[in-house]
Ligand binder design. Structure first.
Ligand code: ADP
Ligand code: MG
Length: 914
């Protein structure tokens, strides 16, 4: 270990703390919620429970060392140079780590006395939302820490401010939300970590929200303050007198910003990140998508949590990490302003047309390093030589892009603005980096070796001296060997003596005598060998050592100079970064449009929703990979202002393509509003303000929350919040309960949507009865997915056409699924006899519902009677009699025709709640 007293002393009495353990306990007590990485020489050591947790999480050996209060001190350690990997795994598991460093050399501590301990301090808390190490970050994903603070609203109630900070790039955005909008706003940001003021943290609703998120949450008891105090904190951080220069922020936003900065201080200690000035996203400027809808539409992850197979993964053709992050952000926050959307679409159109330029831009962008993340590391003084190189290469890429865009005539406004930014001059910095940095760069700066030869004469000289030492030493050795007449004389090196001369013992005896002893100075006698030095060697030794030190010092000096030069250009570099990302996204979406045959949507402020030959991008890609075609479908939900949109009831058998159709239309609206071309032959979308998508409980097993209650809570949220501007997708709502309940609820929901919300809506259902509603509700349309049946075998055509499904084809689907033939045959018989007693498939008989028995009628007796029949053994006459008997039995049980139809769905697809 590093110093005599600097170890948990095995010999000390159990009751007495060694000075080192006392230090450990003090630091641990200050960071109770973190695993403490306690630096000891080349290792970070963990003790006690921390050791237990870490050894289990990392699969490293748990050892024991000495005792504390009669108990073994459990410990484990990770080597410093591999700490990143271990940190990565611990953070991924949701742990927080306090990194405690040695702040002085053990030798210095020793000077204070044998019992003194090396000075140590926690220099950083590593948390999921504040990491900056390249190896710990996903290239194409933002790493957001989101701070949530609340203030009292002027009009009463609470307003929440949200500050989203990406420490890995310096991006800092503020927004606010009311109570109802908070879950959607947090979900939009997809945080890696949430920080809340204690007041927010303690709210029941808030814990419900974070309970549903993947991100860990922390309460900051002493938060950033409110009002003037918060504003002062933010001003102080940026070194400005007022925030007016950054824009007009609300009180809630400033309070959240202050909270975020308080957390930065809390986790980064003295290191001060270079953050961009805060920007704000005003309320209502993005399409609101609540967490359930995001999950259900599989925007950035599939329902099972994988990135692969999500919409984002399917449409991401960007070539830089910053571009990928920007695309993810656009997808997470589609716009609601038709003008802004059309500006983006103009850039796309331009790049779709200008194919050679698009390709040139994409070529120039490819391999551009993630220099904004490099800049962020440099600002925290965690950067290495390769981070400087990333900035060098980023500057080169920016210049290359500017050169390509320069040739273009009539750049659309967005690309013109990007071009203007790229023309900012950073030539001096670029030249400095070019001429100073070597071609091959080490990962860390500590050992030097990153400054190019001939970059600095002083460094060249120091290096020459250091590197020539071998040759000089070799020369000296042969001249001494000759002078002493000792062939075996060698010059060696160790840390204690530095350079020294060694001869065999016998030969050495002549060196301690005149005349040789005037040159050779005796240092040590070993077994069989003697060691000497000379004045010349001592001199050379000092010069070599100082040359190495000097070379390293000069290199570190150069590093620091370049680092500061980069930080001084931070504003422009961030401008380049933003422009590069924007161009990457525009070029990638243009490429996507060309490759997959997407078209420009017409986006305006109307209530239109007309899609011709729309496709589901993810399903289409999956089918294409399997060599199968996707059947494109139309959709028209357009409505008039003041009246509201249309509601389409979509019926059809299982597996026909209902869910796909619903989602594809929602996705097309969303993709249009992010400012992209869409997977359709034509699309006219009147701005959607909120998007709602719900799936009936039976279909929602993947999320592990298949209760009917959840389904109803979510449905309630839609019916309470959706407006005439909203788009609502309801997929098989009401199947999580008994058939009658479910049908009644589904029907009432459709009526409410029609009369109150007036949203454009798609409603897929297996309750055929709902199709009857179209007769009385004029804004309702019926759609069905066509199937063909040939000799009792079903083929799915996936074609959506006007009309209602004539039946549910449950048995045919069951047959496709491989149900035993005998069972299928039996089911057909049962269905036939049940259908014989059915008078209508619609809700003509609706009023009957008002006296629906409280208990759903149990069809068990009927089924039992049915099951007892053996049609193969019956004459036609017996069969007819049996049917009459069954019907009498049913009527005796009070089963109506409408209810009987639900028995026609037998076996019922919706499992009754247990
Ligand atoms: P439903 O909701 O009616 O049960 P789904 O929408 O889940 O049906 O679709 C079932 C399967 O049918 C999908 O996984 C997909 O493979 C295929 N499918 C759906 N729509 C189409 C389409 N338009 N073209 C081709 N295949 C489709
Ligand atoms: Mg479905």
């Amino acid at each position: 270990m590093d110093a005599a007293s600097d170890s948990p002393n095995a010999e000390s009495p159990a009751s007495r703390l060694t000075p080192m353990m006392a230090q450990y306990f003090e630091i641990k007590a200050a960071n109770p919620d973190c695993l403490l990485f306690y630096r000891m020489g080349d290792f970070y050591e963990l003790f006690f429970d921390d050791a237990e947790v870490a050894s289990r999480a990392l699969g490293i050996v748990l050892t024991k060392r000495g005792k504390h209060e009669g108990e073994d001190i459990r410990m484990c350690g990770v080597p410093v140079e591999r700490a990143d990997d271990y940190l990565n795994r611990l953070i991924a598991l949701g742990h927080r780590v306090a990194v405690c460093e040695q702040l002085e050399d053990p030798a210095e501590a020793k000077k204070r006395g044998a019992k003194s301990v090396v000075r140590r301090e926690v220099v950083r808390l590593v948390t999921p939302g504040t990491i900056t190490e390249e190896r710990l970050l996903e290239p194409g994903r933002a790493r957001l820490m989101v701070a949530v603070q609340k203030v009292r609203a002027r009009e009463g109630g609470q307003v929440y401010g949200l500050a989203a900070l990406d420490l890995s790039t310096g991006a800092f955005t503020l927004s606010e939300a009311d109570e109802a909008g908070l879950p959607a706003e947090i979900a939009r940001l997809e945080p890696s970590e949430i920080v809340a003021s204690q007041a927010v943290y303690d709210e029941r609703e808030f814990s419900r929200i974070i309970g549903a998120m993947r991100a860990p949450a922390t309460a900051l008891a002493r938060d950033g303050g409110d009002g003037v105090a918060a504003e002062r904190r933010v001003c102080e951080f940026y070194g400005v007198e007022t925030l007016d220069g950054f824009g007009a922020f609300t009180r809630a936003e400033i309070a959240a910003a202050a909270l975020a900065l308080a957390y930065v201080k809390r986790t980064q200690f003295e290191a001060r990140p270079a953050l961009s000035a805060p920007t704000r996203r005003a309320r209502g400027t993005s399409l609101e998508i609540d967490p359930a809808t995001r999950a259900n539409l599989e925007l950035t992850r599939t329902l099972s949590g994988a990135r692969e197979g999500s919409l984002l993964a399917t449409i991401d053709l960007t070539v830089t990490p910053a571009g990928a992050r920007q695309l993810a952000e656009r997808l997470a926050s589609p716009l609601t302003d038709p003008e802004a959307i059309n500006r983006r679409l103009d850039s796309l159109d331009f790049l779709v047309e200008a194919a050679p330029m698009r390709e040139a831009l994409r070529r120039a962008l490819a391999h551009t390093p993630d220099f904004l993340r490099a800049l962020a590391r440099l600002s925290l003084d965690r950067g290495g030589p390769r981070d400087l190189a990333a900035i060098r290469d980023g500057l080169a890429a920016a210049a290359a892009l500017a050169g390509i865009l320069e040739a273009a005539q009539d750049l659309p406004p967005e690309l013109l603005a990007a071009y203007a930014r790229l023309r900012a001059d950073c030539g001096a910095l670029e030249r400095d980096l070019q001429s100073t940095l070597a071609d091959d760069l080490p990962l860390i700066k500590r050992d030097g070796g990153f400054v190019r030869a001939s970059a600095s004469p002083a460094l060249d000289e120091a290096r020459a001296l250091r590197d020539e030492s071998r040759r000089v030493i070799a020369e000296l050795q042969s001249s001494y060997a000759e002078q002493a007449g000792v062939r075996q004389l060698k010059i060696k090196h160790n840390n204690f003596l530095g350079y020294y001369i060694e001869t065999p013992q016998a030969a050495g005896e002549t060196l301690v005598k005149p005349p040789l002893n005037s040159t050779f100075i005796h240092r040590q006698t070993m077994a069989g060998a003697m060691r000497f030095t000379t004045n010349a060697l001592v001199d050379l030794d000092a010069r070599i050592a100082s040359a190495a030190d000097r070379a390293l010092a000069l290199e570190l000096e150069a590093f620091d100079r370049l680092r500061h030069a980069c930080l001084a250009e931070g504003e422009r570099l961030r401008g380049f970064g933003a422009a590069l990302a924007e161009i990457d996204v525009a070029a990638a979406l243009a490429e996507l449009a060309v490759k997959r045959n997407w078209t420009r949507p017409l986006v305006d402020a109307s209530l239109s929703f007309r899609i011709e030959s729309g496709r589901h991008p993810v399903v289409e890609a999956a089918l294409k990979a399997a060599g199968e075609p996707f059947v494109a479908n139309d959709c028209d939900l357009s409505g008039e202002a003041g009246e509201g949109g249309r509601i389409a009831i979509v019926t059809g058998p299982n597996m026909a393509g209902k869910s796909t159709y619903l989602r594809q239309n929602a996705l097309i609206a969303l993709i249009a509003q992010m400012g992209s071309h869409v997977p359709a032959a034509r699309a006219h979308i009147g701005i959607v303000d909120r998007l709602f998508s719900r799936v009936g409980a039976a279909d929602d097993l993947a999320r592990g929350r298949s209760t009917f209650m959840v389904e109803m809570v979510e449905t309630a949220a839609i019916l309470n919040q959706a407006s005439a501007r909203s788009l609502v997708i309801l997929d098989e709502i009401g199947r999580g309960t008994a058939t009658f309940d479910g049908l009644s609820i589904a029907m009432a929901c459709v009526e409410h949507l029609n009369a109150v919300n007036r949203s454009r809506a798609l409603f897929a259902t297996h309750f055929h009865e709902l199709t009857g509603l179209a007769e009385t509700l004029p804004r309702l349309v019926n759609l069905t997915v066509r199937v063909s049946e040939f000799k009792g075998t079903l083929a799915f055509l996936h074609e959506v056409v006007p009309g209602a499904a004539d039946r549910s084809y449950g048995i045919q689907v069951a047959k496709l699924a491989g149900l035993p033939a005998s069972v299928v045959k039996r089911a057909r018989q049962a269905l036939a006899s049940l259908e014989a007693s059915r008078s209508s498939a619609t809700l003509d008989s609706l009023p009957l519902f008002s006296y629906e028995p409280r208990e759903p009628p149990a069809p068990d007796e009927v089924r039992a009677a049915l099951a007892a029949l053996d049609p193969d053994a019956m004459s036609p006459r017996e069969a007819l009699e049996a049917i009459y008997a069954l019907k009498r039995l049913m009527e005796a049980k009070g089963v109506t025709a409408a209810a009987a139809h639900s028995i026609g769905d037998w076996p019922p697809r919706a499992a009754p709640p247990k």
